[in-house]
Design a protein around this ligand. Structure first.
Ligand code: MSP
Length: 517
């Protein structure tokens, strides 16, 4: 039986248009999902939209349309974005779906039956933009003396009857969860941040609202709608069929991995495991918090109008190029800056020159000099073996790094082989061997083909479209592109007829703003 793997993106608020930040999380999850599938896992990959709450209700009211109409429109933008980015999600959840309403109400009932919910009065600060409650002590002052949330969001005073979840009772259990599972939160710096937050003490949290109605009704008291975060977090189990705890839930929930931005770890690493434990359900296996992107050194904001539309990026730079850039440019977990110069540098320096040329040079050489027939290898030299054994060892290195969501390390290990292969071509100089030692030339070409086969199979999660083309050019059958096909046992056979080679990574010309092959 294959091993299960469950990966989720945060569900995106439908008040906003998709931008590079959303694309980033979704692409990272897609790379992970594809990697695990190629590694033989049974993968479930979920993304979707977060449609309830005051922020969405307000955005709809500002436009003078029904909330559901806004949700329908904007949820579609995120669904289309997934298609534009070549995302391989297995499901797309909307929190306005009936399956989700049932699941949230079932979870609420469990919390209530287990005695963890009580009715009281809430009086305090709320930031609609963050959909979060803040203590007085957390607030800062804005330029006109107005109170602001630590995120800079405006806050308003809220006083209303509210249901509360007894979060304060979960401090010890949460600390015990973190102690027993040091990999529960990644990277380590975020683990430490969450740990000290919980160590500092927890207060009960308000989990319902009465002053607006765009939400899931609280079972038994429909004056109240659920707080949007309890509703949103529950999406991860709704999609597995909860409240049915068999079938997909039983297979995938024990292997749940949530990918989130650093701004929403408190919800995922404190509230969510506490809700689950209180409902006698196990917490997810791991939550990974990535950093934030700025654009040409500036924070993205509506007022600056500098949010990058992922559709524009795909049209301008190419899809595989963006996927590669976002995961290569910064160590995953750190913040990053998007600039034209940086992406052009990665496209031209690494994809076009180092990998694209490596493949093109020997493939067109075979095309021109050997009628496109892959030669068989003769006796291998120490240098041949060294390069091949670097290829054979690669998958284990990639696996290790991928399990820590260190995408940049995965790419770095693959790139060590790309660079070694370029060094090998320069040193072996097959174009010279053509005259001096044609038999040796064949061996060198064969070793290069095997090397590029390994690189291409392992690069598939990152640049799937270009690697499909490259593997086609190496005549690797589509059912021989899994990680089990790596290694010597499945090596290419001499005598294979290769199709006419074509470049897979065009150069990007910064001035003209166009790729040139
Ligand atoms: N709806 C909540 C999540 C609920 S999950 C149960 C939400 N939505 S969001 O649309 O505001 O943000 C979704 C994700 O996008 C978050 O993980 C956030 O960190 C990420 N990003 C938003 N702007 C970003 C950047 N500028 N850079 C990187 N990621 C960013 O929060």
């Amino acid at each position: 039986m294959s091993k299960a793997f469950y990966i989720t993106t945060p569900i995106y608020y439908v008040n906003d248009k998709p931008h590079i930040g959303h694309a980033y999380t979704t692409i990272a999850c897609d790379v992970l999902a594809r990697f695990k599938r190629l590694d033989g896992f049974d993968v479930k990959f979920l993304t979707g939209t977060d449609e309830h709450g005051q922020k969405v209700a307000k955005a709809a009211a500002d436009k003078g349309i029904e909330a559901i109409a806004l949700c329908d429109q904007n949820s579609k933008n995120f669904r289309d974005l997934a298609a534009t980015l070549g995302i391989s999600n297995d499901d797309f959840i909307r929190t306005t779906e009936e399956r989700h309403v049932k699941s949230c109400q079932a979870l609420w009932k469990r919390l209530e039956d287990n005695g963890h919910i009580y009715l009281d009065k809430y009086a305090g600060w709320y930031a609609v933009r963050d959909e979060a409650y803040y203590d007085e002590a957390e607030l800062t002052k804005g330029p006109n003396g107005e109170r602001l949330a630590p995120t800079g969001a405006p806050v308003e005073w809220v006083e209303e009857e509210s249901y509360f979840f007894n979060l304060s009772k979960w401090q010890d259990k949460l600390l015990a969860l973190y102690d027993a599972n040091p990999n529960f939160i990644g990277p380590k710096s975020r683990f430490n941040e969450v740990y000290s937050f919980v160590k500092g003490g927890l207060r009960d949290i308000s989990i319902s609202r009465t002053t607006f109605s765009w939400g899931i009704p609280v079972p038994g008291n429909d004056k109240h709608v659920m707080y949007v975060w309890i509703d949103a977090l529950t999406n991860y189990i709704t999609a597995l069929g909860y409240p049915n705890e068999k079938d997909e839930y039983a297979t995938f929930w024990p292997e749940a991995h949530h990918m989130v931005g650093k701004d929403i770890i408190r919800f995922h690493c404190v509230y969510w495991p506490a809700f689950l434990m209180a409902a006698d359900l196990p917490p997810p296996k791991r939550v990974y918090a990535h950093g934030w992107w700025t654009v040409e050194g500036q924070k993205m904001s509506k007022s600056l109008g500098n949010a990058i539309d992922p559709n524009h990026m795909v049209a301008e730079y190419g899809l595989d190029q963006i996927r590669y850039f976002l995961l290569r440019e910064v160590p995953f977990g750190n913040d990053g800056d998007f600039s034209e110069a940086a992406i052009a540098g990665r496209i031209n320096g690494e994809l076009a020159n180092e990998l694209g040329n490596l493949a093109q040079r020997f493939l067109s050489f075979i095309g021109k000099n050997l009628d496109g027939v892959l030669p068989a290898a003769g006796d291998l030299t120490g240098e041949d073996r060294e390069l091949l054994s670097a290829c054979y060892g690669l998958v284990d290195q990639c696996r290790g790094a991928m399990d820590r969501q260190a995408f940049h390390e995965v790419l770095e290990s693959i790139w060590n082989v790309v660079r070694a292969a370029n060094g090998y071509v320069d040193k072996q100089a097959p174009w010279t061997l053509k005259k001096t030692d044609p038999e040796r030339m064949k061996t060198v070409l064969y070793v290069l083909a095997e090397t590029v086969r390994h690189i291409a199979i392992l690069m598939q999660p990152f640049t799937p479209h270009a690697m499909d083309k490259l593997l086609d050019q190496l005549a690797v059958p589509t059912d021989k592109r899994m990680f089990t096909d790596l290694g010597e046992a499945n090596a290419l056979q001499g005598g294979l007829v290769l199709p006419t080679p074509q470049g897979v990574f065009p150069r990007y010309d910064v001035k003209a703003g166009k790729g040139t092959a």
